[in-house]
Design a binder for this molecule. Structure first.
Ligand SMILES: Cc1cc2nc3c(=O)[nH]c(=O)nc-3n(C[C@H](O)[C@H](O)[C@H](O)COP(=O)(O)OP(=O)(O)OC[C@H]3O[C@@H](n4cnc5c(N)ncnc54)[C@H](O)[C@@H]3O)c2cc1C
Length: 549
């Protein structure tokens, strides 16, 4: 027997990822049958460590899953009290009144939350029901059966040398096998991507679309703090360079979430999303709010934006994709947590019924049907044309035509049918020579910060002796293709400064991957124009350590 043989453990359901989708699935399974064996594996050092949402939470998912969440002490303590939307110019702002907005855009009844803390609370609820939760366990491989179905995952491999060979303290990890495997890895999950490709689940669907969301937590002057206030902006500084916008949510304890989303279908490869975010904070409206305060945390994560028409088939033999592994964000509402929870509940109910019927390792077709035709499908279908309108015709069209289309969809019809997205975000990237470079002001160290200083506020950590978890399919492409053709955009689109082009001792260009800085946002895997960068999981427990995100 090899020195590195893996042990196997058998469960009824194996769940990858302790986000709102995975934890909801675990809770629902044990609510339905306390005797089911359910395990949740999470790559973060603790549940919540890798969770980054705004977040304004629509509690409909929680209502369906744990109706007495209030009595159970769920950390939903800050109801939204006011909701404003501004179009920004460089120095001015124009408030868009709330009354022309379709009712679905209303935040009444929603809560400003730390989703990290909501997930920590959900994990407690799951553990009380008997779910086994293992943080610090990255799932790095899928285990397939002889019939090709998904049987489980490999988790907990530790201690490789930088060249990939087993180091002194090498642990081969375990095979966690289940009648069903749920992949709830969130946006651009690495195992989900493999499964989507292997089973051709995106066939006949529109390409998935993404944004890059960056977020800081600020502690501000109590005199300026307005607990429960929600503000969204569009326009400056992105202008016509890219789609996107900001969010400013006042939670409790004089804290404010300041976030900025850049749609990753931008063409100009000189665009520097992180610096757009930093520049945004110098708008008079934001500057007035933040001046005198301090930034206490920073993080970044991609957000799925393809919506209804981009959802791949979400089941294959033995496996189901949940939440943002499918892409369930309602883009104009910037909300996906409620759908992640509802998808977890639906997947659990389908798996429970299947297991009751003596089935295993087949397709959970009832889950897919529920997502497409139930509450999630209804939520996403109404807004399906907003993103394609924005991509094709710009911000004004998405506000006017998109607004009209959301209204007609609310009334039960659409004049536009279902518009497509066309290209992937990687394909949308244009050649550097066709666009003007963009000058960004130097961060002032008070409102705006250089990237590496900010990354230290994500408390990210990766054991340096392991192999880089960011793989290049072809090591020559960054310098031979991406630098001359696209101006080396990874040096700018990465919000953590992982990628650099430097000169070697002979003066030749060299590509450097500082994987230690990675905050697991997955933007590189999405936006690399050559689709040459593959994001894989590092060893468990590595990555950001978000406190209250
Ligand atoms: C900047 C930003 C702002 C947002 N604002 C809002 C908002 O205000 N309201 C809202 O409702 N939604 C918001 N969203 C969307 C919301 O974050 C997602 O819809 C939601 O997180 C999806 O939940 P999930 O459980 O599918 O995935 P996630 O929340 O991403 O959770 C996935 C979990 O799986 C773990 N994981 C991944 N891969 C592996 C692996 N291979 N092995 C082990 N563990 C793994 C991750 O570490 C993570 O803990 C926002 C998103 C962003 C980026």
């Amino acid at each position: 027997m090899s020195e590195h043989t893996r042990e196997a453990m058998e469960y009824d359901v194996v769940i990858v990822g302790a986000g709102p989708a995975g934890l909801s699935a675990a809770i629902r399974l044990k609510q339905l049958d306390a005797d089911l064996n359910v395990v949740v594996l999470e790559k973060g050092s603790e549940v919540g460590a890798h969770i980054l949402s705004g977040a304004v939470l629509d509690p409909c998912g929680l209502d369906a899953l744990i109706p007495d969440w209030k009595a159970r002490g769920a950390p939903l303590n800050v109801p939204v009290t006011d909701d404003s939307f501004y179009m920004l110019g460089e120095a001015g702002k124009l408030r868009i009144p709330n009354f022309p907005m379709p009712p679905l855009m209303n935040n009444h009844g929603n809560y400003i939350v730390s989703m990290g803390n909501v997930c920590r609370w959900m994990a407690e609820q799951a553990e009380e029901l008997g779910v086994e939760i293992f943080p610090g366990m990255s799932c790095s491989e899928i285990v397939y059966g002889e019939d090709g179905s998904v049987k489980g995952v490999v988790a907990g491999e530790f201690g490789k040398n930088a060249d990939g060979t087993p180091g002194a303290g090498y642990e081969p990890g375990m095979e966690l096998l289940g009648k069903y495997v749920f992949l709830s890895e969130g946006v651009r999950g690495s195992l989900s991507k493999e499964v989507i490709e292997k089973f051709d689940l995106s066939k006949g669907k529109e390409p998935q679309k993404f944004g890059l969301g960056m977020k800081e937590i600020w502690e501000i002057d109590p005199a300026k703090h307005k607990q429960g206030s929600v503000t969204h902006t569009m326009g400056w500084p992105l202008g016509s360079n890219a789609g996107g916008g900001s969010f400013i949510y006042h939670l409790d304890n004089n804290q404010v979430y300041v976030g900025f989303v850049v749609h990753l279908n931008y063409e100009n490869p000189h665009l520097y999303p992180y610096m757009e975010f930093q520049r945004f904070k110098h708008h008079p409206m934001v500057k007035d709010l933040l001046e005198g305060g301090k930034r206490v945390a920073y993080g970044a994560r991609a957000i799925s934006e393809g919506g209804y028409q981009s959802m791949p088939k979400m089941v294959a033999p033995g496996v189901a994709l949940l939440g943002c592994s499918v892409g369930m964000v309602n883009v104009p509402r910037i909300k996906g947590n409620h759908n992640a929870m509802l998808s977890g509940k639906a997947a659990a109910e389908a798996a429970y019924a299947a297991i009751q019927g003596g089935r295993a390792s087949d397709e959970l077709g009832d889950y897919e049907a529920e997502v497409r035709t139930g509450a999630i499908g209804e939520d996403l279908k109404k807004v399906r044309n907003v993103k394609p309108l924005w991509s094709k015709y710009g911000l004004t069209a998405s506000l006017t035509l998109g607004g009209l289309d959301m209204w007609t969809n609310t009334l039960g019809f659409s004049l536009l049918g279902t518009l497509g997205h066309g290209k992937s975000d990687a394909e949308a990237t244009g050649e550097a020579s066709k666009f003007a470079p963009i000058e960004y002001p130097k961060p002032d160290g008070k409102l705006s910060f250089d990237r590496l200083t900010n990354v230290s506020f994500a408390a990210t950590n990766h054991e340096e002796s392991q192999p880089a978890h960011l793989h290049l399919k072809d090591a020559s492409v960054p310098v031979s293709v991406n630098l001359p053709k696209y101006g080396g955009p990874s040096a700018r689109y990465c919000p953590a400064g992982v990628y650099e082009f430097v000169k070697d001792e002979t003066g030749a260009d060299k590509f450097v991957i500082n994987f230690q800085n990675c905050v697991h946002c997955k933007t590189c895997d999405i936006k690399d124009p050559s689709q040459n960068i593959v994001w894989t999981v590092p060893q468990g427990g590595d990555g950001p350590n978000y406190p209250n995100m």
